[in-house]
Design a protein around this ligand. Structure first.
Ligand code: PLP
Length: 416
């Protein structure tokens, strides 16, 4: 059994899936006893193109074989130059996005920290507006804008300079966060000063797969523009095609001031993170936001290969958008059949959630799925949502197989 004697109690995923994984290929993982699992977790969004995609692996192996530079802080390397060229040509230019690219540290929370610092530096203001249910990372700045009480409690110090408002649909939509924000800012005696920025996810992943409506996002962008507040979209989990388009905010027709990108940007599960912002916002002094691991060249190599492979045309985007209705229908049937237990199904593209009335049921479903060889995690404020996030490159047969296992797992967990 797994060696738990030395790793800290803080470990989490290894508790839900207590096996020793050994190999990964496409949508499958294999444990060291040879048992095969269908992966509907996809590295929490870091493996949109599956495990060890052969084209990305080839590019990585070629680079390593030629003694390509592995570590380089933020020196210029051929790998970095190639990535930036591809990123401009395949992502920014076609969308007419005039963004600068910052390489913060290699994880998502590094991108969020950079975004928050920059927004405060540019505006000279301190407060950042965040939403109920939000998740932005585990370092202090990111935690301050995260919703979960349990996660924030881990900080051990007060987390300030944040104002929280209801996300789209929060509390059955009884209170409009946007009207509240606008109304408070309109009244100079409300006690609310103009914030530096608003940070938001277009679909809250860790929050339980809560998609904001495109109209709501457009209203938020309009409010920010009208009041001179910077809009930060945290696209760390929903970017790189998870909802269909490369950036999840494209569907709302908005252009954020700052964008956080990580997880699947390297395409191979290698640590890599970007903070993008409008050129006029680039007020950083050289070295003002530094870090040793901002030049992970193997990640640049696989990232450039992923852009060439998947974002040269609209094939992947179209396929992901077309697969959304398949999940909607299949989960809808499941929700109808088990209406006493399932509260809702929601999602977009290839990220879907099945919300249960009892949080315990969601964990039972995830456990039953694992017993049948399917990896799914739970999310939401009470972990009441079974979250489905297959790789975008999964075959139709793999998607059908996963949905079939899910159906059996729900039936077994609710005893039907
Ligand atoms: N922002 C969002 C929306 C995320 O989903 C996550 C991670 O799940 C993060 C930020 C933090 O990323 P990381 O865990 O790489 O620090």
């Amino acid at each position: 059994m797994i060696a738990t004697t030395i790793e800290s109690e803080v470990r989490s995923y290894s508790r839900n899936w207590p096996v020793v994984f050994h190999q990964g290929r496409g949508s499958r993982m294999v444990d060291r006893d040879g048992r095969v699992y269908l992966d509907f977790f996809a590295g929490a969004g870091a493996l949109n193109y599956g495990h060890n995609h052969p084209v990305l692996k080839r590019a990585l192996l070629d680079y390593l074989e030629q003694d390509g530079v592995t570590h380089s802080l933020d020196m210029l390397t051929t790998a970095k130059e190639d990535f930036l060229t591809e990123f401009a040509a395949r992502v920014l230019d076609p969308r007419q996005l005039d963004y600068r690219v910052q390489f913060p540290g290699p994880t998502g929370t590094n991108s969020v920290e950079a975004a928050l610092k920059l927004a405060r530096k540019v505006t000279g203001r301190q407060t950042v507006v965040a939403f109920t249910g939000a998740f932005h990372g585990m370092s202090l700045g990111s935690l301050a804008v995260t919703g979960s009480a349990a996660k924030r409690a881990g900080a051990g110090v007060p987390l300030g300079h944040t104002w929280r408002i209801p996300y789209d649909g929060f509390g059955a939509g009884q209170v409009s966060g946007l009207k509240l924000l606008d109304g408070m800012l309109a009244d100079s005696s409300s006690g609310v000063d103009l914030p530096a920025a608003v940070i938001v996810e277009t679909v809250q992943g860790e929050g339980g797969v809560n998609p904001a409506g495109p109209g709501w996002l457009a209203d938020l962008a309009e409010l920010c523009r009208r009041r001179g507040i910077l809009l930060i979209i945290d696209d760390i989990q929903m970017g790189c095609g998870r909802t269909g388009p490369f950036f999840s905010f494209e569907a709302a027709g908005i252009t954020p001031d700052i964008v956080c990108l990580s997880k699947s940007i390297s395409g191979y599960g290698l640590p890599m993170s970007l903070t993008l912002f409008r050129t006029e916002l680039d007020v950083w002094q050289p070295g003002e936001h530094n870090g040793t691991f901002r030049g992970n060249n193997p990640a640049f190599v696989t990232a450039a290969a992923a852009l060439r492979e998947f974002w040269a045309d609209g094939t992947l985007e179209k396929q992901t958008e077309e697969r959304g209705p398949l999940f909607e229908e299949s989960l809808g049937e499941l929700a109808d059949r088990h209406a006493a237990h399932v509260a809702a199904r929601r999602g977009r593209g290839l990220v879907w959630g099945l919300a249960f009335r009892e949080p315990r049921t969601a964990q039972r479903v995830a456990d039953a799925a694992f017993a049948r060889g399917l990896l799914v995690e739970t999310a939401g404020s009470g972990d009441e949502v079974v979250k489905l996030m297959p790789s975008l490159t999964a075959t139709d047969e793999e998607l059908a197989e996963g949905l079939g296992i899910l159906r059996e797992s729900v039936a077994s967990a609710v005893g039907g």
